[in-house]
Design a binder for this molecule. Sequence first.
Ligand code: BTN
Length: 265
Amino acid sequence: MKKISFTEKTFNFFKNFQCNFYKKIVIFEEVSSTNTKAKELASNNEVEGTIVISKKQLEGRGRNNRVWQSPEGGLYLSIILRPTVNTKVTLIPLLGALSIVKTLDSMKLNSSIKWPNDVRIKNKKVSGVLIESESTGEKLEYIILGIGVNLKSDILDFPKEILNKTTSIENEIHNNTDYYEFLEELLMNINEYYIQFKNRKYEFILNQWRKNSDTIGKNVKIKTKDDEIFGEVLDIDSSGYLIIKTESGSIRTITSGDCQYLEEI
Ligand code: BTN
């Protein structure tokens, strides 16, 4: 029997997938990085709602210039967004993480978000979000929402240094998951949260994040580009930035960085 390729299966899935937001789908058997491709397309004026999806990535990228392991079995996609307000776009990564958590919820899988947008099951990372954007002067041209999910990935394909902090969905449920059911649910959730964003329901997004994260209240070590900060997490602010009370008692707002829970070091 002829084996159907990923491209063909994915093409068929999108033929039957009805959600007006997604305007164009670009499918790869393999690609350097779906984010890189999406950026190229966005620079060539491709519309909001364009999806780039690949069976695997050869140079998958994570936050802070890290590699995102992208073997077959994972889900790798990037979506072009062109929000018309350029305030509050720092909430877009939160919206990505929330969409993943909600998708996992629908599979009865409990997960939580570690700031800024790592999605974890039993403290092991299962998914991540990479946001890249381009502006001309004040004008935001586009945002790429890149999402990677270790869905059916065999965790033994991952380097052993990250095995104790990484998992995949199938590794957690010890059962088969349907790639396309997951994809459908995820894309619907992204669309719904993005509608909330466009309707300026920022507090809703922030509160959902607070509810689904385990970061608030934790003692943390934050590594920024040029600093290491220790403290207790008090909250996130209206931009999604982390507010911490440092060891010396001062309050600091962290806009980006790596967050580690002290209890896990
Ligand atoms: C992270 O947690 O460090 C973010 C990981 C984001 C990975 C996704 S996979 C699809 C898209 N293409 C990439 O190269 N990276 C993102």
